[in-house]
Design a protein around this ligand. Structure first.
Ligand SMILES: C[S@@+](CC[C@H](N)C(=O)[O-])C[C@H]1O[C@@H](n2cnc3c(N)ncnc32)[C@H](O)[C@@H]1O
Length: 311
């Protein structure tokens, strides 16, 4: 480890110490209810939305170059995943399920720009309410509170299933894959993008990596991350899997997002300040985790996986 990395990590741990000294309670995963509570709170305090807009996911930067606005990069991410997964070849009016839809950023693009008929599901009531508020009349999407591990739709109800950065919150990754493939019609398209850990079956985590991993899990209500290989195995071993599995690694294309997500706070200081001192403290609390996450992606502990498969 060189000096720069060492001081970077010391900085992160120092920030962690300061912030955790202020706020003792953390957001360790306990159940889907604890995830719902965390997102209800993030939605209520408006910090995420004011800072990062209506998309709670990373941006896409061609060649990993940070030459565009973070919000534009997030919109580009949606179009890139649509293209990569082949959803762009689906006819207008196709029924799409967005699993873990946040406040509906992707769902609205899929409905408005591709003419799909979209249903978004989230575990958070506040997110579902906010998603509905942000959706103009005439845009063909609606939102429901539903657990991704117990999707209340019949087998084969959708032409496409979309899920971005929701998988890390799922306790049972096999059930997550099974449920998404179950509601997909035969021949329909599944498109998933996720934060994944490196394959720990091939190379075990060192003690140092385990400490970092624990923070990445507990700070943002994650029970565990899949590896890219592990999630492919989940898809392949599902009884609803119909074929055509592909995956790719978009770590370099998404990496600039981590620094960008912090810089947004400096670019839009009034948005944060207008929410009051609590929001500023909450914002500060996220900084160490964001930096640690970036460190993990740079050093191969985490990978950004994209997956597509047929029902
Ligand atoms: C990082 S956010 C991504 C939101 C959205 N996909 C986006 O890209 O803007 C993770 C989302 O997964 C949802 N989620 C987490 N656990 C869930 C579960 N068990 N069932 C349904 N949604 C869940 C959260 O409510 C949240 O909307």
């Amino acid at each position: 480890m060189n000096w720069f990395n060492f001081t970077y990590l010391i900085g992160i741990f120092f920030c962690f110490g300061c912030v955790l000294f202020w706020i003792r309670k953390n957001r360790k995963f306990q159940s889907a209810l604890s995830v719902a509570a965390a997102y209800d709170q993030w939605t209520n305090d408006q910090l995420l939305e004011k800072l990062w807009g209506e998309h709670v996911h990373l941006g896409f930067y061609e060649g990993g170059c940070r030459r565009k606005d973070f919000r534009t990069a997030k919109v580009d991410f949606v179009h890139e995943l649509v293209k990569w997964s082949g959803l762009d070849r689906m006819s207008r009016g196709s029924r799409i399920l967005d699993v873990g839809c946040g406040i509906g950023g992707s769902a609205r693009i899929l409905a408005k720009e591709y003419g799909f008929d979209v249903i978004g599901i989230t575990i958070s009531q506040k997110q579902a309410n906010r998603a509905a508020q942000l959706t103009p009349v005439g845009v063909n999407c609606r939102f429901e509170v539903m657990d991704a591990l117990d999707i209340r739709f019949d087998k084969g109800s959708f032409d496409g299933v979309w899920s971005v950065e929701a998988g890390p919150h799922m306790l049972d990754k096999q059930k997550y894959a099974d449920e998404m493939l179950r509601v997909l019609r035969p021949g329909g398209i599944l498109a998933v993008a996720d934060w994944n850990k490196r394959n720990t079956k091939k190379a075990k985590l060192t003690t140092f990596e385990r400490i970092i991993m624990r923070q990445l899990l507990d700070q943002w209500s994650h029970p565990d991350f899949s590896s890219i290989d592990g999630f492919c195995e989940n898809l392949l071993s599902s009884k609803f899997y119909g074929g055509g599995i592909y995956f790719d690694d978009w770590t370099s294309q998404t990496l600039p997002s981590w620094h960008e997500s912090i810089l947004e706070g400096f670019r839009r200081p009034n948005d944060v300040l207008s929410l009051g001192p609590n929001a500023i403290i909450k914002g500060l609390r996220e900084v160490p985790t964001i930096l640690l996450m970036r460190w993990a992606f740079v050093h191969g502990l985490m990978r950004f996986g994209v997956f597509r498969a047929r029902g």
